[in-house]
Design a protein. Structure first.
Length: 287
């Protein structure tokens, strides 16, 4: 295997880890409340703008931008839950779809109003240069994004499966009425779920901003990636989102290398549809 091909695969894995990170927030919300958040990609977009503003105002990089984006987006997640989601959950599925879709448009056009439609970007050297590891050249920004994404995604899985908070959230997901009888407040757990889901999108957005363009419409693209990742991995499964994100990242990179960057999405979505034809519940979803 040539060093260039290895470099392409490693780059795909690092990008796929970031895909998995912001997709895990989407799958968490679905697993908790059976709600599909159509504004999820726009949350990532806001995280990217937070990183850009932190750099523009203070000249700071991801060390400051990532925690600030996580905190602000987590706060936004709580506000969105109490201001919108708690109400539309009482309505039909159509109300949930239109409510979150309307939220996506609100966030997107608010970004247009505040920042304009120009493409923005952070300096290429904001994280560092390029590492040469056994002949494989890796951008420091992509390496940082991939490693942090893997750590945070793994931490989220541990939080949900190995902690008291995770057990309470699972109890609410299984039967909120029974959980309430056991002294667990469903409202609090669901608000925490939205805070976590939005917080990880903030982290992912701030990391992506170090090597990706920043524009209000980028959330639409990333939202589609999140839905494909979650569907492929299985709705409600964080490990599934991780595996699917890594697969999509590698397939995208290999397709761009062998066929051309213009056609990579065609390859990814074609393989995705073919896979769902045989396993509609996804890799790790329940039948």
């Amino acid at each position: 295997m040539s060093s260039i091909l290895v470099q392409v695969i490693v780059g795909g894995l690092l990008l796929g880890a970031v895909y998995a990170l912001f997709s895990s927030g989407l799958t968490l919300i679905w697993g908790m409340m059976n709600i599909v958040n159509f504004a999820h990609g726009d949350f990532v977009m806001l995280g990217m703008y937070v990183a850009y503003v932190v750099w523009a105002l203070f000249g700071a990089g991801p060390a400051i931008g990532v925690p600030v984006a996580a905190l602000l987006l987590a706060t936004l997640g709580i506000i969105v839950y109490f201001a919108l989601i708690r109400s539309i959950m009482k309505g039909p599925m159509l109300a949930q779809i239109l409510g979150t879709f309307g939220l996506a448009l609100l966030l997107r056009y608010s970004a247009f109003w505040w920042f304009g439609a120009n493409y923005l970007s952070l300096p290429e050297n904001i994280v560092g240069g390029t590492f040469d590891v056994f002949g494989i050249r890796i951008q420091a920004s992509r390496l940082l994004a991939g490693v942090v994404a893997l750590v945070v995604t793994g931490g989220l899985h541990i939080l949900l499966t190995r902690t008291t908070l995770g057990s309470k959230m699972l109890a609410v997901a299984e039967d909120s009425s029974a959980a309430q009888l056991m002294g667990i407040r469903p409202d609090s757990m669901q608000a925490i779920a939205w805070a976590i889901a939005a917080g990880v999108t903030g982290i992912a957005g701030a990391l992506i901003a170090t090597f990706f363009y920043v524009v209000p419409t980028v959330g639409e693209t990333l939202g589609i990636v999140a839905f494909v990742t979650v569907s492929l991995g299985g709705f409600g499964s964080v490990p599934g989102a991780l595996v699917a994100g890594l697969l999509i990242g590698v397939i995208e990179s290999l397709s761009a290398y062998w066929i051309g960057a213009v056609y990579k999405d065609i390859v990814v979505y074609s393989l995705f549809l073919c896979f769902l034809w045989f396993r509609p519940q996804g890799l790790m979803g329940k039948s």
